[in-house]
Design a protein around this ligand. Structure first.
Ligand code: GLN
Length: 484
């Protein structure tokens, strides 16, 4: 079989277990594909030696019948926001150029303990701030469906690596949509778990009350297998949940019958691309045909999500990014006086979007404005959360579009930050509420992938994955692959 790159993580995991392929073969294939597709700029750093060594150890374990998990020997990629021992970690920022973390974050630690092969670190919008991948200090990632277009962001490289068959699964982070939106724009699945489900330890912080790590894959089962390994309590993350981790693959075959799926009126309003709307409506129809009951619902505070998100995420970012002062990490400007050193380092090291967020965040937290902006945004965040609490008393899941538009051209939305921010209207509220959300391929509009977003109640990942698996069985969209 020569078409391994077209296959899902689940298929590859089964083939490894059945002895039909070795991890070394898969890893070498991925490494040569990464090189052949370097124009996509999906990877910022490839750890070929580390990956080959991990593959070899995995093959030895498999030969002894001692595989560590279904991920043993599977080549994966990590967003370059996740720190990896001795392997460059940049957050796609010049300020971290040359930084070699002294230890592994929780994610590589767990993946390695499960036997996974980590191929390298993927591109992103600098410090995960953006929706296009264009705000990387190391050049944009290209969408494999149309290389003149963005793949979405901020987890641009992880999404593209999976979509283009450069690896079999990948981790991204989602603070306001950064897993779901690029999954939607590149035709794959992406899951943002419930806040606190996956450890944030060793993942560079953007907005700590919103950030969550999650997987990309080509099927619901691909997501389940990865989530199984990364979910669970971690004493190194004080917000980490100690709720037991269920078997995420257990109920994938259960189908949709009996599930009530809410369709919020606020998510189907002007501004949506008509092609996207058509695909999403057809997707809802599939859910209904498969036995779900569609229930019209209202999430009345949706309209405030964008404003609340940009007050809170900038406030948290301004505080989290204060540590990049030129003394402890990465680049240092040539200045002797301390305040000048800070200022010059940050001016040289941070890109425009990151600077904009720090300035906005510092403003909303400043004396005299704190109550008017930050305090108020926290109150409205509670109302947004209550909208979902109320909705989930009535329905099991909620279905919405993931993004109002398909992938846009690389140079679009550059000069107008507001239009970039608006690309996330359907994903932000989910992070504010802390609930899990999943995007899955639902079809194409003018040749470009469109995602359908499913939202679940807190810790509702099993139901989300079950619904996505049923949708996948009833449609062909997740099997589409971009042109080579
Ligand atoms: N696009 C959103 C932002 O720019 C979300 C980013 C993210 O989820 N990391 O903040």
């Amino acid at each position: 079989m020569s078409n391994w790159h077209q296959r899902s993580l689940t298929e590859v995991s089964q083939a490894l277990a059945a002895g039909q392929v070795t991890s070394t073969t898969l890893t070498e294939m991925c490494l040569s594909r990464i090189e052949a597709h370097s124009k996509l700029n999906a990877f910022l750093h490839v750890d070929a030696a580390g990956a080959k060594a991990a593959a070899q150890s995995s093959d030895q374990r498999r030969a002894k019948g001692a595989a560590l998990s279904p991920l043993d020997g599977v080549p994966l990629a990590l967003k370059d926001l996740i720190i990896t021992e001795g392997v460059p970690t940049t957050a796609a920022s010049k300020i971290l150029a040359g930084y070699l973390p002294p230890y592994d974050g929780a994610m590589p630690r767990r993946l390695k303990a499960a036997g996974a092969v980590i191929l390298g670190k993927t591109n992103l919008d600098e410090f995960a701030m953006g929706s296009s991948g264009v705000y990387s200090a190391f050049g944009p990632t290209l969408n494999p469906w149309d290389q003149a277009r963005v793949p979405g962001g901020s987890s641009s490289g992880s999404a593209v690596a999976v979509a283009a068959g450069l690896c079999f699964g990948a981790l991204g982070t989602d603070t306001g949509g950064s897993i779901r939106q690029p999954a939607s724009l590149t035709g794959i699945l992406g899951l943002k778990p419930t806040y606190s489900r996956v450890s944030r330890a060793g993942t560079i912080a953007f907005a700590s009350s919103l950030d969550q790590v999650g997987p990309f894959g080509r099927s619901a089962s691909d997501l389940a297998i990865q989530l199984q390994v990364i979910a669970g309590h971690d004493p190194e993350d004080s917000t980490s949940s100690s709720a037991p981790v269920p078997d995420y693959s257990a109920n994938l075959g259960r189908g949709l019958s009996g599930l009530k799926v809410g369709v919020p009126s606020e998510y189907f309003v002007a501004g949506m691309d008509p092609g996207v709307e058509q695909v999403v409506q057809a997707g809802l129809e599939v859910l209904r045909e498969q036995g779900a009951t569609l229930v019209p619902i209202s999430l009345p505070h949706t309209q405030y999500a964008l404003s609340v998100y940009y007050v809170l995420c900038t406030a948290e970012a301004s505080s989290n990014l204060a540590r990049y002062d030129g003394l402890r990490y990465g680049v240092r400007a040539q200045e002797k006086e301390l305040r000048r050193l800070y200022a010059a380092t940050r001016h040289q090291g941070f890109g425009h979007e990151v600077q904009r967020r720090i300035v906005l965040g510092t403003f909303v937290l400043s004396a005299g404005y704190y109550d008017a902006y930050y305090g108020r945004a926290q109150k409205v965040r509670s109302l947004i959360r209550q909208d979902f609490e109320r909705a989930f008393q009535e329905v099991d899941l909620i279905a919405t579009p993931t993004s109002p538009v398909t992938a846009w051209k690389l140079d679009e939305r550059q000069t107008d930050p507001l239009s970039m921010y608006l690309a996330d209207v359907y994903t932000l509220a989910v992070n504010l509420a802390g609930i899990p959300g999943l995007s899955m391929p639902a079809g194409f509009a003018a040749g470009l992938p469109v995602g359908l977003q499913l939202l679940g109640p807190w810790f509702g990942e099993p139901e989300l994955l079950r619904a996505a698996a049923a949708f996948e069985r009833a449609t062909v969209h997740a099997q589409a692959r971009p042109p080579e």
